[in-house]
Design a binder for this molecule. Structure first.
Ligand code: NAD
Length: 247
């Protein structure tokens, strides 16, 4: 059902959090996995752990998604080990939260560079191979705040809403070549990104979540696995929300 043997997946920002859970879920289904993060040694460490745990081929590469040269170099390494990428998960993302009145141009630019330009740069590297093969899956990790908005996150929510436009437009362009482009929109998930929130803020958020708790990275990863699998062969341009009912 979720057999991904023979496929190669790349997950950006997969040394921890949701990205790591996605890399593990895809490996569990039999895919070869490229783990990537800003620090190459860390990516290699995680890649080794995943290879040992699931018995699949893995590779760890250093890649700053916001830096075109870093992306190019990482792909040289990827292409020396694998023919190409069949499944791309654009997961790397950052926040620089502050009220709009205090938001500096740098806070705005950094978030756009990683969350949007990073997705553009990495996707550019995989599309030719996918269209040639007439099979490919691109899954973008957006966020519930791209739909609801959030105080202190004008920059971040803008990028997450932008990813929805990216997903839907690219889905239309690539559909004739059987390359599917979808997005997953997590709500509040227990990772280092949300760990920094104050306890009282977390409690406030929990009151808005019908399931009464934050989600776990694996609960997002399983939905990504669904979209990467043959179960989703007729799904493209879609956003799946994974948020415990809050939106
Ligand atoms: P995280 O901070 O634990 O993980 C983010 C990952 O991206 C890290 O591995 C980090 O090193 C990597 N990264 C950051 N900048 C990078 C860059 N320039 N190049 C390459 N990698 C980079 O956070 P997470 O919660 O696991 O977030 C993963 C994704 O899920 C993000 O896109 C985030 O916006 C999204 N998301 C998270 C939540 C949540 O509640 N945690 C909710 C909605 C969406």
């Amino acid at each position: 059902m979720f057999d991904l043997k023979g496929k190669t997946a790349l997950v950006t920002g997969s040394t921890r959090g949701i990205g790591r859970a996605v890399a593990e879920e895809l490996a569990k289904a039999g895919a070869s996995v490229v783990v990537s993060g800003r620090v190459e040694e860390r990516a290699q460490e995680v890649a080794r752990e995943i290879a040992q745990k699931y018995g699949v081929k893995t590779l760890g590469v250093g890649m700053d998604v916001s830096d075109p040269q870093s992306v190019e170099e990482a792909f040289k390494k990827i292409h020396s080990e694998f023919e190409g990428i069949d499944i791309l998960v654009n997961n790397a993302g950052i926040t620089r939260d502050t009220l709009f009145l205090r938001m500096k141009l740098e806070d705005w630019r950094q978030v756009l560079e990683v969350n949007l330009t990073g997705t553009f740069l990495v996707t550019k590297q995989v599309v030719r191979y996918m269209t040639k093969k007439r099979w490919g899956r691109i899954i973008n990790i957006t966020s519930v705040v791209g739909f609801t908005g959030n105080v202190g996150q004008v920059n971040y929510a803008t990028t997450k809403a932008g990813l929805v436009g990216f997903t839907k437009s690219l889905a239309k362009e690539l559909a004739p070549r059987n390359v599917l482009v979808n997005a997953v929109a997590p709500g509040f998930i227990e990772t280092e990104m949300t760990e920094v929130l104050k306890e009282e803020v977390k409690e406030q958020y929990k009151k808005q979540i019908p399931l009464g708790r934050f989600g776990k990275p694996e609960e997002v990863a399983r939905v990504v696995l669904f979209l990467a699998s043959p179960m989703a062969d007729y799904v493209t341009g879609e956003v799946i929300h994974v948020n415990g009912g809050m939106y």
